[in-house]
Design a protein around this ligand. Sequence first.
Ligand code: DGL
Length: 279
Amino acid sequence: MTDNRPIGLFDSGIGGLTVLREIWKAAPDESTIYFGDNSRAPYGTKSRSTVIRYSLQNLSFLESRDVKMIVVACNTASAYAYEELRKRAKVPVVEVVTPGADEACRATRNGRIGIIATKATVSTGVYKDAVERRAAELGMNNIEIFQQACPLFVSLAEEGWWDSEVTRLTAEEYLKPLKEAGIDTLVMACTHYPLLSKVIGEVMGEGVVLVNTGVATAKVVKHLLSEEGIASEHNEKPQREFFTSDEPELFEQVATPFLGEGLPSGTRHFSTDKYEVTI
Ligand code: DGL
């Protein structure tokens, strides 16, 4: 059986492209629809109820495009809104927290795991709980977790300053406590951060494994597609559609160096705030 309906992804902006790119690699036959809520970004500084409302509106939009699966390609939305999304969605919903936690537990050798994220994600403690839960499942009892909010990373990524001196100085400041703590694994628990992974990796040094939640999430997506029997097979022409709630030109300008030549293209504007949702 083959199901050629697209997978729908949303993020507050361009960060979710780090997840999209990994899904393309893991499941190249799949069509995708990406919605970046750039005009309402960042989510990481908003309240829980606001992020839930935005996420449910994004869900309504993606479901109106007949998607077969929703990927919450934003850690903040995953942390605050996953339960609500899962309850209301008519299709399977994949979040990015659990896959990242699993990958971190498998990668660490000394049990000292760092988590960098938005203030919102850090404050929910969702990531810390997920790592602790996964570690317990794997019978690991030597886990120590060190969290650090890096709010400026989001603006630096949105600005396209992925390898600049400003980013390096900012990273040195934010990551100092994690280096001092002797972590050997660092979870980039915000979808924007892999855009800065060159600088983050250089600042942390070679001995530290960086966990890209996008890679881990793409594996889960692939597995779920086959488990649910909704994978797209031998799809010669997978569609790659993009929507943003801000200016399409602006979105494409920032996203193109990351996705590669000619991508994204044909980005359309759409505001999901017209959807009425009750929380
Ligand atoms: N995409 C968000 C996340 O992964 C970061 C950007 C934002 O704060 O909106 O947490």
